[in-house]
Design a protein around this ligand. Structure first.
Ligand code: NAD
Ligand code: MG
Length: 348
């Protein structure tokens, strides 16, 4: 199964995403695999059995979003310099979105940019983070505030890696899949409603459809000047929830699930979506044990936190609202009365 990403603007950034058993990879250059301790323990031997290279190095970082920072980036760069990597060398990101984002970012800045390959091992990184070329890290001012657009040379998605993924992490990935279906593809949404993701064939098909959806959006809008912003459905509210709960209570996908329920509430209020459609989305999220409710302690504070999101302009909040199932509107013209009314529904 292959999905081709045609990105041909000034330079040819096209690449293929393969959704299948990991292939054998031969490199006549130096290669560094960047991974973390968790993924390394579970799957590194298998990965290494698939790679032959002029020289093969492994850089193992600590596991966690809190390590997605300059210290880890420096550790990657240091290892590349110590081992005399050059502009022809290759990095391989082997892990979830944290590893993917950092490896891509390190590849984008090492000697002004070298090639890298994504081998994502979480559902979220397979369907979302590894597709689209956004790379980066966090700093004390916030998440993903430093980074670069740097497209991988290839993405290899092997659903086999998901067999060791904790259930909660799996569901968090499903939330991003539901997001893509609600905004872009009604048939895909309907398919998901009856899909059994425990069936490997069905799971592979679902990953493929999600990747295709994200890929086509990215192909149309590589640098997020237009429709790519629709992928923020559920995120405007979700980011506030993550912020309010200090990024501890919910996984990102879980906060997005609640965020989608909130966005739907707004869409229903504005007659963009029917109650019945909103209920279908909620039921699908519940099927994967995703949270669908949240009590806002302080509605005013919640409202103000919207403005900390880097994706909101200074004066207006941008919302992605579903238009039924399978379409969307992006708007920053929602009056405060409507916003407050929706937030109050989730208030104490
Ligand atoms: P993650 O990378 O932290 O992985 C989640 C957990 O699963 C980690 O503990 C990890 O070690 C573990 N893990 C990974 N693979 C495993 C496996 N096969 N079996 C068992 N455990 C495994 O989180 P994530 O959800 O993959 O990604 C989130 C990150 O991705 C965030 O930093 C986010 O900013 C980023 N992201 C980037 C983009 C993008 O476009 N670049 C899009 C979405 C998210
Ligand atoms: Mg997301």
């Amino acid at each position: 199964m292959q999905v081709h990403i045609p990105l041909k603007k000034v330079v040819d950034n096209s690449y293929d995403i393969t959704i299948d058993t990991l292939p054998k990879m031969n490199f006549d250059t130096k290669v560094a695999v960047v991974t973390n301790q968790t993924v390394s323990k579970l799957h590194l031997d298998y990965l290494l059995s698939k790679i032959s290279a002029k020289e093969l190095h492994v850089i193992t970082l600590q596991d966690g979003e809190e390590y997605k920072n300059q210290v880890s980036i420096d550790a990657i760069l240091e290892s590349l310099f110590e081992n005399r990597f050059n502009r022809k060398s290759m990095l391989i990101a082997f892990g979830g979105g944290v590893i993917g984002d950092m490896t891509g970012y390190a590849a984008s800045i090492f000697q002004r940019g070298i090639d890298f390959i994504q081998i994502p091992t979480t559902l979220l990184s397979q369907v979302d983070a590894s597709v689209g070329g956004k790379t980066g890290m966090n700093n004390k001012y916030g998440k993903n505030l430093v980074g670069a657009f740097h497209q991988p040379k290839a993405v290899y998605i092997d659903p086999y890696f998901l067999t060791t993924l904790p259930q909660r992490e799996f569901s968090a990935g499903v939330a991003e899949i539901v997001k893509m279906a609600v905004t872009f593809n009604k048939e895909f949404f309907t398919f998901l409603e009856s899909a059994d993701l425990n069936n490997p064939k069905v799971l592979q098909e679902v990953i493929k459809q999600a990747v295709q959806t994200k890929a086509s959006v990215v192909a149309e809008d590589e640098k997020e000047k237009g429709i790519r912003a629709a992928l923020n459905y559920g995120h405007t509210f979700g980011h506030v929830i993550e912020n309010e709960t200090q990024y501890k209570k919910f996984l990102h996908g879980e906060a997005v699930a609640i965020g989608m329920v909130m966005a739907n509430e707004m869409a229903v209020k504005m007659n963009l979506m029917s109650e019945k459609e909103a209920l279908r989305v909620k039921s699908l999220l519940e099927k994967y044990n995703l949270p669908v409710s949240y009590v806002i302690e302080d509605v005013r504070k919640f409202y103000e936190t919207f403005f900390l999101d880097k994706k909101s302009s200074d004066s207006a909040i941008t919302f992605v609202l579903p238009l039924g199932i399978g379409d969307f509107v992006i708007t920053d013209k929602i009056d405060n009365g409507t916003i407050m009314c929706v937030l109050n529904k989730f208030g104490k």
